[in-house]
Design a protein around this ligand. Structure first.
Ligand SMILES: [Zn+2]
Length: 464
């Protein structure tokens, strides 16, 4: 082909190109459209409360090396999209759960302790759950903490301070959330029925009258057939996963499974928020084994969501955290190691109780002998007399009570450092960046650095 004929072809090709451009771009769109674009009928949002990157890392090591299986979160991460997530708020660089969950639920920066309220403390900010509810979709909130605790509350309630949980309970039911599961039944019952409500109302009776099936243990949950379920499994928080076997409480995976089967009956779709609420609580107490078991239980619930999404590809699954709790560090050395040995997963696997149970066993003023005894019994670790004295003196808490507030537990965790090789920056939340993993329609924007307010945008855009 000569240069002349080449150049004379250019206008022809241009015209052809213009004529076919819409078709070609349509083809290109089709070619690039994968499962992460398009619209979502359902959204399942998993929040690991307090699950920072090292909580995840510890659970990943434990799952692979002790349980012999990978985390479902890794499957999701590999099949979908991953973003680095930051979470600063309107008034702080370190957030608590109310502001963090409010930012995810509304897309607006929030102030500490308020539940989905504008900075004036009086003006409710509309949440993603309220928006989808108004369009006729089904909704669900599930947690292992209290169903009236800040994370679930931020999706369906508006109160000036998160401690107003009696009002949150009332608002969650009034909002008509189809599935509500978790602990803190006390906020649904009047004082005469061992609850804490001052208005003498029994919200369990009211919920039943409003069409809810009210259940209180794993068996009742499994048998429930209604399209609206209120599951309250403990007067306080649900028990830690590490302590659960001797109770009648369902696992987070059980609750997730039931929730998805109930909500998916709605032909318009659903929005569910499933929280691993006690990862945070274990981390606050510097409880390594308790925290890891909570993340693994959370991961099993994510597995249920992932399986649902495989059967229902019009489902957007997002897994993230609200904040890091306690700055976990998986440190290197044992007492006598010359080389890095890292976290002692076998020792963590042998722990039989949460630090909450251990604190109860220690009692108010434990002697060094009692501390040695309890540590041996529940952790299988023989600490020295000097170490037991450090715990009995509660040295760590005395040095920095603002950041280490639980009696004896932080001193115990410090003494356990060279045994378990897990260190703790504090008992408080930290500003550590987090992860967000997403799979399914609308998950593509979960990449790079994302602020947690953008998680709202991603869910909203996917469901529009
Ligand atoms: Zn917390």
């Amino acid at each position: 082909m000569t240069r002349r004929t080449q150049s004379s072809l250019v206008p022809v090709l241009l015209v052809v190109g213009l004529l076919f451009a819409p078709m070609l771009s349509g083809c290109a769109t089709m070619a690039t459209r994968d499962a992460s674009s398009g619209k979502a009928k359902n959204v399942i949002l998993f929040i690991g409360d307090g699950m920072g990157p090292s909580h995840f890392g510890a659970a990943w090591l434990y799952s692979n090396r002790v349980l012999g299986k990978n985390l479902k979160m890794v499957e999701l991460m590999n099949a979908g999209h991953t973003a680095y997530l930051v979470n600063d708020t309107a008034d702080a660089t370190v957030t608590e759960s109310a502001a963090a969950a409010g930012q995810i639920a509304t897309g607006q920066r929030m102030t500490a302790r308020a539940i989905s309220m504008a900075a004036d403390g009086k003006t409710p900010v509309r949440t993603i759950m309220e928006t989808v509810k108004s369009k006729g979709l089904a909704t669900g909130l599930v947690t292992t903490s209290g169903i009236t605790d800040a994370t679930p509350a931020a999706f369906a309630a508006h109160v000036a301070h998160r401690s107003d949980e009696a009002s949150v309970a009332d608002q969650e039911l009034k909002a008509g959330v189809d599935v509500l599961m978790g602990g803190r039944k006390q906020f649904f019952l009047p004082e005469v029925s061992a609850g804490v409500r001052k208005d003498d109302r029994n919200l369990l009776d009211e919920a039943e009258a409003a069409g809810y099936t009210v259940v209180s243990d794993a068996e009742e949950l499994s048998a429930a057939t209604g399209s609206k379920i209120l599951g309250l499994f403990n007067m306080g928080n649900m028990v830690y996963e590490i302590d659960r076997a001797s109770t009648m409480e369902p696992s987070l995976a059980d609750m997730t499974s039931k929730t998805l089967s109930v909500l998916s009956r709605n032909p318009r779709g659903f929005f569910a928020m499933i929280e691993g609420g006690r990862i945070d609580h274990a981390a606050h107490r510097n409880d390594a084994a308790g925290m890891i078991r909570e993340v693994v239980a959370f991961d099993e619930a994510v597995g249920v969501g992932l399986e649902f999404a495989r059967r229902n590809p019009d489902t957007l699954v997002i897994v993230t955290a609200d904040h890091d709790t306690a700055g976990v560090a998986l440190i290197g050395h044992s007492k006598d190691s010359k080389e890095y040995v890292g976290i002692d997963l076998a020792a963590i696997g042998k722990v039989t109780a949460s630090f909450e149970v251990i604190a109860g066993q220690l009692g108010k003023n434990p002697t060094p002998e009692r501390i040695k005894q309890v540590t041996k019994e529940y952790l299988g670790i023989q600490i020295t007399d000097d170490e037991a004295k450090t715990v009995a003196n509660d040295t760590i808490r005395k040095l920095d009570p603002a950041n280490y507030s639980y009696p004896y537990l932080h001193s115990l965790a410090f003494v356990l450092r060279p045994y378990l090789r897990v260190g703790w920056g504090s008992q408080t939340h930290t500003a550590s960046p987090l992860w967000a993993f997403g799979l399914g329609p609308g998950s593509a924007p979960l990449k790079g650095l994302v602020h947690n307010t953008q998680v709202f945008d991603i869910m909203k855009t996917a469901m529009e």
